[in-house]
Design a protein around this ligand. Structure first.
Ligand SMILES: [Fe+2]
Length: 286
């Protein structure tokens, strides 16, 4: 195994000379430690089958979805979705806002394996941002201010604010889509200690809203300030995909986002989501 840290970034490593389908316990243990240390591992053109991708992901924890799901503008019939008001497009465009996965669900995701099958001719990179470095580099006064704060996390909020709520709505105002649940909105601390490294990091992003004890406007401007500041170099990295690239990231430490591409071109990525541990990733009110 050869691992080279991303240049000038507080996280991330490119890993080569490794067979992800044939890792004994000792080598997997080394890889897992590297993942905890660097939070994003990139395996260029590893070309895993979906089954092998899921098998690899399961070594990091239980899966949140039973198997890899497509993140794509191509539907089952091969149609490419590109219209601005199309629900598939709205969902993809929403992902262009920085976020941690599943913070709007009762249990925040632990991480994800993500791979590229079909890529557009340009654009469509994926970005990550280091919320541990952001917390550590935060202005002392602001860090003290936010240390004990909590915020709600909701996909209704994030998609609504961006103008990307689905066009189909139930009579009771809910939506039949993953994450548009009608349970109590998860409440999470703005600063969370990573369960395995013991290092604190910010938990913010597009789903966070209505900090407890603040009015909506004050909360929104504080969260906007934190998000804008945190997701800047040298705490960010954007990966321009090649077909067959595979990555795995630590969703407890990093935020991520998609970036725009010409949606008249087909793009299909595969996402295997690793579930968070109920002991440490459960929302405060669940
Ligand atoms: Fe995501």
């Amino acid at each position: 195994m050869q691992a080279i840290n991303l240049d000038g970034v507080s996280f991330g490593a490119v890993v080569s000379n490794i067979d992800l389908e044939d890792l004994d316990e000792q080598h997997f243990g080394e890889l897992y430690q590297l993942w905890l240390d660097r939070a994003l591992l990139i395996f260029p053109e590893a070309h895993l089958t979906l089954e092998a991708q899921d098998t690899f992901a399961k070594r990091f924890g239980k899966l949140e979805f039973p198997k890899a799901v497509p993140i794509s503008n191509i539907d089952k019939d091969g149609k490419v979705h590109s219209a601005r008001n199309d629900d598939v497009v709205k969902s993809l465009r929403g992902n262009e806002g920085w976020h941690h996965d599943s913070t709007y669900m009762p249990i925040q995701a632990k991480g994800a394996v993500f791979s590229a099958e079909i890529i557009p001719s340009e654009g469509g990179s994926t970005g990550w941002a280091d919320m541990r470095a952001a917390y550590e580099q935060l202005d002392d006064q602001l860090r003290t201010k936010i240390n004990e704060l909590t915020a709600s996390h909701s996909l209704y909020y994030s998609q609504g604010r961006a103008g990307y709520l689905p066009s189909q709505q139930n009579e009771d105002g809910t939506y039949e889509m993953y994450g548009y649940h009608n349970q109590e909105v998860p409440l999470r601390p703005l600063v969370k200690v990573h369960p395995e490294t013991g290092r604190p990091n910010l938990v913010i992003g597009r789903h966070a809203h209505d900090i407890t004890g603040m009015d909506s406007q004050e909360s929104e401007s504080l969260l906007d300030e934190l998000n804008d500041w945190a997701c800047q170099e040298p705490r960010t990295y954007h990966h321009q995909w090649k077909v067959g690239d595979v990555v795995i990231w630590d969703n407890r430490r990093l935020m991520h986002r998609g970036t725009p591409f010409d949606m008249s071109e087909p793009r299909r990525m595969w996402h295997t989501r690793i579930a968070g541990e109920p002991q440490t990733e459960l929302a405060l009110n669940h």
